[in-house]
Ligand binder design. Structure first.
Ligand code: DGJ
Length: 378
């Protein structure tokens, strides 16, 4: 019964978030009973009172058209339909920009509590504008073979893809846990591809790593940033030039601070970190930090959220996954976070908010019911 109600709500939200719905509704007010019909009334079929006021029809149609255009906005926490009208399924994800398009890779979640494990694999969506996403399918599938290291039901979380200019390969790293072993293995998975949609596989053990992200610096050096040592530290490891392994150079940051959900970006020569506390799927207060070198020292800047006390305490009921630099825009970064739904993971929502900077240059995030790339960065 609960699922039926959720399904009904989701379908309603899908309709309400589609442009077609608003444009069709606008037509209703302009066509047979509305503005256009006013010039050729049929006395034998009087229009309902509501439609007789031409100015009112026009006003309503105008409002509906403007609502249709506001669909080219981010609406944090709403159902986000892809090109097939289905809620995007790419949780804990990250985004790269290549050949004029953005590619969003994430965990493909399924329904029910088992959906917290990898029953399908890693999905990919592509977009030119960050608002409208085309489903590109599953780029890394779990296997039905029970001897496979990524057998169905293992854990594949927080996949991040980067492009290696020297080798021409797309490289995916993800947090990997072995089937049936909870979060004990704390391994890193690595997948390699010649093209975004054709991923081959290659796995190697790294250090103990759970929540993770990747960061490529301006000089092409790439780093794996991950919760290590039972989440008590965040380690930052320099990858080899092919991005397939560790060089052995790493730093233990935030020692004893127990963080998850690391995300990193660079702004005006400084490195900024955002992450979370460790409370499973439940939201908690975000953390932020700054450093002049990726090797530290890292200085904590506190909770980057600027909302009500409750919103700040729960990071707007979400947990960071990635900070995306907007292509072609200076100083424009998107804080990407997940609003998890562990009882029915497929219903998890995405909280994307503009990163803003205060006069001292400290990044912060505030809630926006809806926003767009043109107006929302300071
Ligand atoms: C919090 C992490 O951030 C998620 O990626 C996931 O591992 C959950 N913990 C599991 O409880």
């Amino acid at each position: 019964m609960l699922y039926a109600w959720n399904y009904f709500q989701n379908q309603l939200q899908l309709i309400m978030t589609s442009r077609a719905f608003y444009l069709l509704a606008a037509l209703v007010f302009l066509l047979p009973n509305g503005v256009i019909a006013l010039s050729s009334p049929h006395p034998e079929h009087p229009r309902p009172q509501f439609f007789r006021e031409k100015w009112l029809n026009l006003k309503i149609a105008e409002k509906l058209v403007s609502l249709a255009s506001t669909r080219a906005n981010f609406v944090p926490g709403a159902i986000w339909p892809d090109n097939q009208g289905v809620h995007i399924n790419a949780h804990g994800g990250g985004i790269i920009h290549t050949n004029g398009r953005y590619y969003w890779f994430g965990e493909y979640k399924t329904g029910g509590p088992e959906g917290n494990t990898a029953m399908v694999g890693v999905s990919c969506y592509s977009s030119e504008n960050l608002y409208e996403w085309k489903n590109e399918g599953i780029v890394l599938s779990v296997s039905d073979d029970t001897t496979s290291v990524i057998r169905k039901g293992c854990v594949i979380e927080r996949p991040k893809v980067i492009f290696n200019k020297a080798t021409g390969k797309f490289i995916m790293w993800f947090h990997h846990e072995l089937f049936g072993q909870g979060y004990c293995a704390a391994m890193s998975g690595i997948a390699v591809a010649d093209a975004v949609n054709l991923l081959g596989r290659d796995f190697s053990r790294g250090q103990m790593a759970r929540d993770m992200t990747l960061f490529v610096d301006g000089d092409g050096k790439a780093y794996h940033i991950y919760s290590s040592e039972e989440n008590s530290t965040t380690q930052i490891s320099l990858l080899t030039d092919d991005y397939l392994s560790y060089t052995g150079k790493y730093v233990r940051a935030f020692v004893g601070r127990y963080m998850e959900a690391p995300a990193l970006f660079k702004h005006k020569g400084k490195y900024y970190f955002m992450g979370s506390d460790c409370t499973g799927w439940a939201p908690n207060a975000a953390r932020s930090a700054v450093a002049s070198s990726i090797w530290g020292p890292w200085k904590e800047l506190g909770n980057p959220c600027r909302g009500t006390a409750e919103e700040n305490e729960k990071t707007f009921w979400s947990q960071s996954t990635y900070i995306l630099p907007v292509e072609g825009k200076r100083n424009a970064f998107i804080f990407m976070a997940d609003r998890w739904n562990p009882d029915n993971p497929i219903e998890g929502r995405y909280i994307w908010l503009a990163v803003q900077f205060d006069p001292a240059g400290k990044p912060f995030i505030r809630w926006m019911d809806q926003w767009n790339l043109e107006e929302s960065f300071n």
